[in-house]
Design a protein around this ligand. Structure first.
Ligand code: SDX
Length: 425
């Protein structure tokens, strides 16, 4: 538990004073423990959890005003450029970056869990070929709970830890297959001789007919960095969903499927797909001014802009933009949508409407342009986000289950009918 500061907030309520303890973390705002307002016959009220700390955590820290994102204390730009995704996974799960020996062991563990039970592949046949891959992912990741349930004791720390490895290892396989299924190509099985990002791109784009398929190392490096940039982000909507589902003691694979469901929304992880659709609709730089007017009249949102926490630059967007430049120039791609995105950003950052509302590019604004350059179809963008965020979700699930926790059960302000009887019967 965080240290009690000895400081207290005093609430004047119905002529009485209620002292509410204040706790401090290592970084960020102090928190006011409000549970005693219940004894005074009140609830707190905070729709959308704008000012609510739902838990204590040591995993990720965000300072939205300064544009800071730390994973176990390490800045995201350092992790994205000096570490790889599996090292970041190890860090999120264990609290420290792996030693060289620990890295080899963790990498081998993940490689040896990339296969799924062969019956899992049959779930795909229940979907139409034009199913959205996120709909497929919700189904097949949830289905894993049918394969790991009776033998899974969430009170057993070893069971919890192997669950984390299984999810980090198997989700890329299921994700690649959700793409293969929609394009009618045979599933490619994971290979143990490839790195994490190479293996995913191999399963996405190789075919049995092309035995010598080689993954472009530039694309594998970019893919790995995109995974790292999406790995975790404090108590966002999908992570909070996983924690809430996990607080009931539910099967962890089912909890992760709940997280995938929450991530799919265009206000959250679905924004990367929405950004590319928006750029397609705008078409050319000449149409930007007219589009911006629609944003100001609230007909449309500027997707990939704005954030509940960042009221400054999203540090991930900066790294994503640098990666975008690197990948496009390395591949010799001159994507007009990059120029369009940069013009949108330039106008938005100089326009009073956006400045007043602290609207800056977020992680989703540039990611789609890189994913397109890698060859990932737009409908798979949020699947990539879910793949990368699986480690964040399961890290928070592990953290919650590593100590005492209560079932999450918010209350409400009821404004419905008072009690009444069914008349005339
Ligand atoms: C992610 O929480 C996380 O950490 C999420 C995430 C993660 O890693 O897990 O960072 C990933 O989800 C990033 C966000 C991706 N979403 C988008 O890019 C969709 C577009 N953004 C918006 O929907 C919005 O900015 C949110 C949902 C991200 C944040 O919404 P808030 O905090 O509830 O803010 P709000 O809707 O109250 O907006 C405040 C004002 C409003 O205008 P007024 O009513 O004051 O006049 O800003 C406006 C909004 O209309 N506004 C936008 C806008 N976002 C907010 N106007 C135009 N375009 C936008 N994108």
């Amino acid at each position: 538990m965080s240290d009690a500061t000895g400081k207290k907030a005093v609430l004047q309520l119905d002529g009485k004073e209620i002292e509410l303890p204040i706790y401090s973390g290592t970084l960020g705002p102090d928190v006011i423990d409000v549970k005693d307002v219940l004894a005074a016959g009140h609830f707190t009220f905070d729709p959308g959890f704008m000012a609510t700390a739902a838990c204590e955590s040591k995993i990720t820290f965000i300072d939205g005003n300064k544009g800071i994102l730390l994973h176990r204390g390490y800045p995201i730009d350092q992790l994205a450029t000096k570490a790889d995704y599996l090292e970041t996974c190890y860090l999120l799960l264990n609290g420290e970056l792996p030693t060289a020996e620990q890295k080899v062991e963790f990498d081998a563990k993940v490689r040896n869990h990339t296969m799924v039970h062969d019956q899992v592949s049959r779930f795909y046949n229940g979907f139409r070929r034009d199913a959205h891959p996120m709909a497929i992912m919700v189904g097949v990741v949830g289905a894993l709970s049918a394969f790991y349930h009776n033998s899974l004791d969430i009170e057993n720390v070893d069971h919890r830890e192997i669950t984390a490895v299984r999810l980090i290892a198997k989700v890329p396989t299921l994700a690649a297959w959700s793409y293969k299924y929609t394009v009618g190509q045979p599933f490619m099985y994971p290979r143990n001789d490839l790195s994490y990002a190479e293996n995913f791109l191999y399963m996405m784009f190789a075919t049995p007919a092309d035995r010598d398929y080689k993954v472009n190392p530039i694309l594998a490096k970019a893919m790995d960095r995109i995974f790292t940039l999406h790995a975790d982000h404090e108590q966002n909507a999908s992570t909070s969903t996983v924690r809430l589902a996990g607080s009931t003691g539910a099967n962890p694979y089912a909890c992760i499927a709940a997280g995938i469901s929450a991530l799919w929304g265009p206000a959250h992880g679905g924004a990367n797909e929405a950004v590319l659709k928006m750029l397609d609709e705008i078409g050319t730089v000449e149409n930007v001014a007219e589009f911006m007017e629609k944003v100001k009249t609230k007909e449309v949102k500027l997707m990939g802009f704005g954030h509940r926490v960042y009221k400054n630059f999203d540090p991930r967007a900066k790294v994503m933009k640098e990666t975008c430049d690197e990948v496009l120039s390395a591949l010799g791609i001159n994507d007009p949508q990059l120029a369009l995105a940069m013009e949108l950003e330039r106008i938005a950052l100089s326009d009073e409407y956006f400045i007043k509302r602290n609207l800056y590019p977020n992680v989703d604004f540039y990611s789609g342009i890189i994913l397109k350059a890698i060859g990932i179809p737009t409908e798979m963008f949020t699947v990539i986000f879910a793949l990368a965020r699986t480690v964040g979700w399961i890290s928070h699930w592990l953290e919650m289950h590593s100590g005492p926790y209560k079932i999450g059960r918010p209350r409400q302000l009821y404004t419905g009918e008072v009690q009444r009887d069914i008349a005339g019967r």
